[in-house]
Design a protein around this ligand. Structure first.
Ligand SMILES: [Zn+2]
Length: 325
C-alpha cells in the first residue's frame, strides 16, 4: 500500500479573509494593505491546481467568518451571488477529494450562543477553560451550519489551537457533537501540528461511549506562510519555497524526511498564504510542490482525503495508538 499524503487548507471562507479579522494589523510587514477579501477567481485557481494534480485533504469552511454574518444568512460585504458561487464551487470542485469541515464558528471572537452576541475573547481563549458540556453545543452549532449549507462534515478543524488546553474535554465534545447532530459514531479532528517526530501518523483519540475519534496532525510546516508578507513572486522564489518540502530532484525536503522516518506527510497551508495577499505565490509553490510529488513520488504516496484517513485508521485502531505529548 502507498503511504497516504494529504493537504490541509485552513482558514478558508467565502470571499472574506478571516486572517484580516484576527491578524491585528492592516498592512503586510512590507507595508502593503492587507487584503480584506479574496475574489472567487483566486478560489477557482486553487480548484484548477487541486484537480490537475489530484490533490486530496481537508478544506475548512469557516461558518461565521470573522463575526461578519454566516454562510446561510449572508456575509457582510459579500453579495449573495459571490457567496453562492463560492459555496457551489466547493461542492462541485473540491468534494469529495477534500473533506469539508467547519473551523469552529468565526475564527475570531467567540460567539455567545445564548444571545447571538460575541464574547470579548477569541475562540481559543474562550475554549481554554471550558468543559465538554460547554464545548459540545458550540461544536454542534458549527456542524449544523455546514449541514444547512449542504455539506456533510465528518470532522472539525480547531481555529488556532482551540481546545488544546482542555484536550480530553474537547475530544469528547467533538465526538459527542457529531453523534448528537448527525448520528455518526466516527469523526476526525485536526488540532495538533507534530513535526520532527519520526514515524508520525494519525492516531485514535480516546473518547467515551465506544465512539471513534481519529486525530489527524499536520506533520509538515506551512512553508508558504512567509508569502503573506513577501512582495517577491518570481519563479526562483516559488521554486525555493517548494524546495523546503521537496527538492527539484525529489531526493530531499520535509516530505522526504517524514516518509523516510515512516510517517505520513500531511501538508499545512492557510488560505491567506495560498493567496499571498493577492499574489498567489503560495498557490504557485503548491502547484510546483504537487508537480514534484507527482514526478518523484507517485509510486510511493497517494493523495488521501481526511475522511479516507479516518476510515483507514478506524479500520485498524490498534495500529494507531495516541503518542505521548
Ligand atoms: Zn486557522
Amino acid at each position: 500500500m502507498k503511504t497516504p499524503i494529504s493537504l490541509i487548507v485552513d482558514d478558508s471562507a467565502p470571499i472574506v479573509s478571516v486572517y484580516y479579522s484576527h491578524a491585528g494589523r492592516r498592512t503586510t510587514k512590507d507595508g502593503r494593505p492587507l487584503l480584506e477579501k479574496y475574489p472567487n477567481e483566486l478560489f477557482f485557481r486553487f480548484c484548477d491546481i487541486a484537480e490537475r494534480y489530484g490533490l486530496r485533504g481537508k478544506f475548512s469552511v469557516v461558518p461565521m467568518p470573522g463575526n461578519r454574518g454566516d454562510i446561510i444568512g449572508g456575509i457582510e460585504g459579500v453579495s449573495r451571488n459571490e457567496l453562492d458561487e463560492w459555496l457551489d464551487g466547493v461542492k462541485k470542485r473540491l468534494l469529495p477529494a477534500f473533506s469539508v469541515c467547519p473551523e469552529m464558528l468565526t475564527h475570531n471572537l467567540a460567539v455567545d450562543l445564548a444571545t447571538g452576541g460575541t464574547f470579548p475573547q477569541n475562540e481559543q481563549e474562550w475554549a481554554s477553560t471550558k468543559t465538554r458540556k460547554e464545548l459540545t453545543p458550540y461544536i454542534e452549532k458549527a456542524i449544523s451550519i455546514l449541514l444547512e449549507a449542504g455539506f456533510s462534515p465528518r470532522g472539525v478543524t480547531s481555529p488556532w489551537e482551540f481546545g488544546i488546553e482542555v484536550e480530553e474535554e474537547y475530544a469528547a465534545a467533538v465526538s459527542l457533537a457529531f453523534y448528537n447532530v448527525t448520528g455518526a459514531d466516527k469523526a476526525w479532528l485536526f488540532l495538533r501540528c507534530v513535526r520532527g517526530r519520526p514515524g508520525i501518523r494519525p492516531w485514535i483519540e480516546p473518547v467515551p461511549d465506544g465512539r471513534t475519534l481519529v486525530s489527524i496532525p499536520a506533520t509538515l510546516y506551512d512553508r508558504f506562510w512567509c508569502t503573506i508578507d513577501d512582495p517577491r513572486s518570481d519563479d526562483g522564489f516559488v521554486r525555493s519555497l517548494a524546495d523546503r518540502l521537496i527538492s527539484e530532484d525529489g531526493k530531499s525536503g520535509d516530505i522526504i524526511d517524514v516518509l523516510e522516518s515512516g510517517g505520513w506527510p500531511v501538508l499545512l497551508t492557510h488560505w491567506q498564504d495560498l493567496t499571498s495577499n493577492g499574489l498567489c505565490t503560495g498557490m504557485r509553490a503548491l502547484e510546483e510542490t504537487a508537480r514534484r510529488i507527482e514526478e518523484h513520488l507517485s509510486g510511493r504516496v497517494e493523495w488521501t482525503s481526511f475522511e479516507q484517513i479516518m476510515d483507514l485508521v478506524a479500520a485498524d485502531p490498534g495500529a494507531f495508538p495516541k503518542p505521548v505529548f
